[in-house]
Ligand binder design. Structure first.
Ligand code: UDX
Length: 438
């Protein structure tokens, strides 16, 4: 099938490459020349495990073309996916201007009387797709066009997105047109997974509901970690005992410094706004957002409780700045925010992240921050170690040896990567999240 992808961010680029891998003829468009030039050269504008090799292969095999030519791109695709960004605007609502711009441009270049399906993969609030339809028509002007709109939300996680695309738990497609849904099913039918066919609004809401539910799970276990700290229970034991119940499941029960990234904070906020706009006060979500904010502060308070709020005579080794492991992304990273808070309190920071150093530098600059070239290097002559991202390589360091390089053996573990007993054995004063001391 001929497929066009508008927008080469995480969702667009990964989906395009995976569709090409499945045998489709894909054309990816971006309005940023530099991005397309990079992709053509096989250099990825984002870091994603296995993406460079995959794009390189499908480009060589001739099934993946990158372009900035809107007309060519729109004419190419029987199915045209909108994968542009929907960042939060100042009020917390999803900024849909890129989606509507793309829809209008699609309308402008849609060939006359040639049936096409326009699909939104970008996460958009309920009922946006009706406006997408209008924008396409507006772009087409008086031209006679024949198209349907489908919502096909994306559930990819950064870091594992290629695997996720091939092993998705479900495919959701929503439209009022059976013909359009049939066409979409063609793309996904080889996957051994359930295809949920629904109306437009339900498909749009499924994405928000799923992300908000997962964020709720994280805030829930983070709240439980607070009870643990106040009662002597251990959050890892509690999470394990809860997660073995099949109705609950073990995933997304890791207590930490709170959720971040380009999706959860934005989507939870946007769903809360959608509900307010529809005259419903979604109090549970308000609580989820508040708990997430508090969790970060509680962690910083552990550091303040030990050293006071003026940290100007302290140097901290920091492991991790990405919003989670296996990504270079620092958007809405709680780790990054905590580094900023510590620096704001006067601390000097020795920082290392396996993938996000470039983005960290862009965001943090050089004041009070030394960028180290290995995990080991952050231990040298620091007053405490602060772990902020759940990279597995941080869990397997030789702490017995490395902590001897520190001024003081103090570890604040914001991701519960280490075990309190083991740290105690090697003489480390250890602070985790909701971990019992005995
Ligand atoms: C998320 C959804 O999982 C994905 O389905 C959707 O398409 C996009 O949003 P992603 O943003 O890549 O994916 O990150 P995810 O792995 O879900 O983690 C989100 C945040 O929650 C991270 O900051 C992570 O550190 C945090 N988290 C996750 C926890 O604090 N505890 C957990 O148990 C799991």
């Amino acid at each position: 099938m001929k497929i066009t992808i508008i927008g080469t961010g995480y969702v667009g680029l990964v989906s395009g490459a995976v569709f090409a891998d499945w045998g489709h003829e894909v054309m990816c468009l971006d309005i940023v020349d530099k991005k397309i030039e990079m992709i053509k050269k096989g250099v990825m504008p984002i870091y994603e495990e296995g993406l460079e090799e995959l794009v390189d292969r499908v480009q060589k095999e001739g099934r993946f073309v990158a372009t900035t030519d809107y007309k060519k791109a729109v004419e190419h695709g029987e199915i045209i996916f909108i994968c542009v960004g929907t960042p939060s605007n100042e009020s917390g609502a999803a900024d849909l201007s890129y989606v509507f711009k793309a829809s209008e441009s699609i309308g402008k270049y849609l060939p006359e009387n040639d049936y096409r399906v326009v699909v939104t993969k970008s996460t958009v609030p309920v009922n946006t797709n009706n406006s997408v339809k209008e924008s396409v028509k507006k772009g087409a002007g008086s031209k006679k066009i024949d198209f349907d709109v489908v919502s096909n939300p994306e559930f990819l996680r950064e870091g594992t997105s290629i695997y996720d695309a091939n092993n998705t738990d479900r495919v959701v497609i929503g439209s009022s047109s059976e013909k359009a849904l049939d066409k979409l099913e063609e793309i996904y039918k080889h996957l051994e997974t359930e295809i949920v066919r629904t109306d437009l609004q339900s498909a749009e809401l499924i994405k928000y509901a799923a992300n908000a539910f997962l964020a709720t799970k994280i805030s829930f276990i983070n709240e439980i970690s607070q009870i643990c700290e106040r009662t002597g229970a251990d959050v890892k034991a509690v999470a394990r005992g809860m997660g073995l119940d099949k109705r609950i499941g073990p995933k997304f029960l890791n207590a930490g410094i709170g959720y971040g990234g380009s999706c959860f904070p934005k989507d939870v906020e946007a769903l809360y706004r959608t509900s307010s706009q529809n005259f419903y006060d979604f109090r549970l979500l308000r609580g989820v957002m508040d708990a997430n904010e508090r969790q970060k502060i509680y962690f910083v308070e552990k550091i303040w409780n030990k050293y006071g709020e003026n940290l100007s005579d302290k140097t901290f080794g920091v492991l991790g700045v990405a919003f989670k492991n296996d990504t270079d992304d620092v958007r809405k990273s709680v780790a990054l925010e905590i580094v900023k808070i510590l620096r704001g309190a006067g601390a000097h920071i020795k920082l290392y992240d396996p993938a996000a150093m470039k983005n960290a530098k862009k965001s943090l600059g050089n004041d009070y921050i030394s960028y180290m070239d290995s995990s080991e290097a952050v231990f040298d002559e620091v007053d405490a170690l602060v772990i902020l991202t759940e990279w597995q390589e941080f869990a397997s360091l030789d702490y017995a040896d490395l902590t001897t390089r520190m001024n003081d053996k103090v570890v604040f573990d914001g991701r519960n990567l280490l075990e309190p007993e083991e740290m105690q054995k090697v003489g480390v004063e250890y602070y985790g999240i909701g971990r019992s001391k005995h």
